[in-house]
Design a protein around this ligand. Structure first.
Ligand SMILES: [Cu+2]
Length: 255
């Protein structure tokens, strides 16, 4: 009876979890919509690793059920065994091969996201400046240079044009933060003393959550911002409005 009950539990898990894995990978109850040019590649790697894990899970469940029935069928003294070279080689080499495959398979995506030196050398659209506990964005003004008197600053929300590679400089003004836009599948630590670069190409229009993915202090939870993707002409208009507001020195009319 116990055996039947235990087998039912294993079989239920065996059916339910791979179904849920497959279902999740497609409809995405755990993954947000894809909104960057490389999001599909990142999800492809995620799904591939999920399939490898699901395969291992099914294998373990089947072995458990087999052991349960075989063990229960015989009544004999348990044997103590020591060492099995073939088994040990198998459980060392198979996971090693899987890990090596993951390391090779993720290479092109990693290079596309982090390794394009020519792209990263472009003038940044803005600099992300993280601080406890907000996001600030510094645009180079008309002179095209950061850290000059005509810089334009905005907080919480960065507006970017759609359909073109956006390079951002990154900096933290205090502790470690992590720039994370789930819809873009983009996450980058910002480390004190180390300015960096990130890039993405937003697909489609709309607003995407920007969160801090590094526990950075008591107010970490409220370190939320957004990236708003607009058409190029709307972006130019936004920058012009930002410049007008910035240069008005507080004398402009507030809506
Ligand atoms: Cu944080």
């Amino acid at each position: 009876m116990t055996r039947v009950l235990a087998t039912s539990v294993f079989v239920a898990l065996l059916v339910a979890l791979p179904w849920w894995f497959a279902h999740s990978a497609q409809s995405g109850p755990w993954l947000p919509p894809r909104a960057s040019s490389f999001a599909g590649e990142v999800d492809g790697l995620f799904d591939a690793i999920l399939v490898a894990l699901a395969t291992a899970f099914v294998l373990v469940m089947v072995l458990l059920v087999v052991a349960l029935w075989r063990g229960a069928a015989r009544v004999e003294r348990a044997r103590t065994t020591h060492g099995d070279l073939r088994l040990e080689l198998a459980w060392t080499l198979v996971p090693a091969a899987v890990l090596a495959w993951i390391a090779v398979a993720q290479g092109p995506t990693w290079r596309a996201m982090k390794g394009d030196a020519a792209l990263m050398a472009r003038a940044p659209l803005a600099r992300v400046e993280a601080a406890q506990f907000d996001w600030r964005f510094r645009h180079p003004g008309p002179d095209g240079l950061l850290d000059t008197s005509d810089d334009l600053l905005e907080t919480h929300e960065l507006v970017v044009p759609a359909g073109e590679p956006i390079v951002l400089a990154t900096r933290t003004r205090d502790v470690i933060h992590s720039f994370y836009v789930p819809d873009f599948r983009l996450k980058q630590d910002l480390v004190p003393g180390r300015d960096g670069r990130i890039w993405f190409e937003a697909v489609g229009l709309g607003r995407h959550d920007l969160v801090c993915a590094e526990l950075c202090g008591w107010g970490h939870y409220k370190m939320a911002g957004s990236i708003r993707v607009v058409q190029r002409d709307e972006y130019e208009a936004h920058l012009a409005r930002l410049a007008a507001r910035w240069n008005a020195n507080g004398t402009e009319e507030r809506p």
